[in-house]
Design a protein around this ligand. Structure first.
Ligand SMILES: *Cc1c(COP(=O)(O)O)cnc(C)c1O
Length: 395
């Protein structure tokens, strides 16, 4: 059996997204900036895609900027808010310790440029509280950036509540909604969101396409300079095939959201129930307030990397933490922020499933995983010490 359970890293492009992309390569290949009809046909497709994103986010098409992905949208959102803040003498930014590196590394760069950054701690359930945000606000705070749902542990943050607090305080609110878009309902008006990033390849669209929503009146700062595309805020000939694929994928994901969420969450709960029965295992993040497709556990006495290789040999594609940190020996910053000790954080497994997975696949995972954990623990000197009582069990 071949099971793809790494949908938080990326997803397969859907039939609808592919069908929307294909005509853009050899039929509608004009440059949307060109005045001739081939160009105008491309411009129409671009406008339609922009309307699709605006519709499902409850935004205005003029508030939608296409980027090269979630990372670029995150970079541009933070840089724009920091620049607007600087004009008013406000240089303080609030974010959290478990953001994606697209946020954390941009904040590091902004700190070098004179910003002051407060990163909120992550409570044991993986859900930042409104009170934490409130307590961190300062008169010179220009931006709060809290992710909608975490990419490793899947926990969903109280976005509307945080947005309301920010608006009351007159502070801009950005959310990295890359994991949430297409999976959870998003309404930028009702949720008081000023800036929002999303990425097509996390909801069955193509890689290399992102969206930055910026509320009207918020002037964006360029990250890419050049031509006047995207109202002058993001230069470069628009990736029409990618953008059309992204819009088709978003429309499909939003139209089927409820149905998919129920189906996927059911499989998720089955996995959580079965896998937490493995001795000395622990679920990372709240069991219910998490993305429908996210399961993340730590198993004591094993290395996540070895677990992934053995799972791969059984046909199961999973992840240990985020795709960006795998390959490095550092444990996930998210699990450390959650309070997991280093040695526990190393033994993490993320299974991220979607509507293309089946209950039979979950049965297969549940049948194979306990044996693999047992096998790895049998070989582990650390597990030996744990079992002999030479070191204390941490979970
Ligand atoms: C994947 C991801 C990103 C980066 O998006 P790209 O399109 O791959 O650049 C940013 N934030 C989160 C939460 C993500 O999961």
């Amino acid at each position: 059996m071949k099971i793809y359970a790494d949908n938080a890293a990326t997803t397969v492009v859907s039939d609808a997204a592919l069908a929307a992309m294909l005509p853009c390569f050899q039929e509608v290949y004009g440059n949307p900036s060109s005045l001739h009809s081939p160009g105008q046909r491309a411009a129409e497709k671009l406008a339609a895609a922009r309307e699709t994103f605006a519709k499902y986010l409850n935004a205005d098409p003029r508030e939608i900027t296409f980027t090269s992905g979630g990372s670029e949208a995150d970079n541009q959102a933070l840089r724009s808010a920091a620049a607007l803040g600087a004009r008013k003498g406000k240089k303080h930014i609030i974010s959290t310790k478990f953001e994606h590196h697209a946020i954390l590394h941009t904040l590091e760069a902004l700190e070098k440029e004179g910003c002051e950054v407060t990163l909120l701690d992550i409570p044991p359930d993986g859900i930042v509280t409104v009170e934490q945000v409130k307590a961190a606000l300062r008169p010179d705070t220009c931006l709060v950036s809290v992710m909608f749902a975490n990419n490793e542990i899947g926990t969903i943050q109280p976005i509307p509540e945080i947005g309301a607090v920010c608006h009351e305080a007159g502070v801009l609110f950005h959310t990295d909604a890359v994991q949430a878009a297409g999976h959870l309902p998003i309404d930028v008006q009702a949720m008081h969101i000023d800036l929002l990033s999303l990425s097509a390849h996390k909801f069955h669209g193509p890689k290399g396409v992102g969206v930055l929503y910026a509320r009207r009146g918020i002037a964006l700062t360029n990250v890419i300079y050049g031509g006047a595309q995207e109202r002058g805020k993001r230069a470069g000939t628009e990736n029409i095939p990618g953008i059309c694929g992204a819009a088709a994928a978003f429309e499909e994901a939003c139209a089927n959201m409820e149905k998919n969420a129920v189906y996927v969450a059911d499989m998720r709960d089955k996995l959580i129930e079965g896998l937490t029965k493995i001795p000395h295992s622990i679920l990372n993040g709240d069991a219910k307030r998490r993305l429908p497709g996210n399961v993340n556990l730590c198993f004591e006495g094993i290395e996540g990397e070895s677990l992934l290789l053995l799972l791969d040999a059984k046909g199961i594609a999973a992840s240990s933490g985020s795709a960006c940190t795998s390959g490095s020996l550092d444990p996930s910053h998210v699990l450390l922020a959650l309070g997991r000790p280093h040695e526990v954080a190393h033994g993490s497994l993320r299974l991220s499933i979607c509507e293309y997975n089946t209950p039979e696949e979950m049965d297969y995972i549940l049948a194979e995983l306990p044996g693999i954990i047992h096998y790895l623990r049998d070989m582990s000197p650390v597990w030996d010490e744990l079992e002999k009582g030479q070191r204390p069990h941490l979970i």
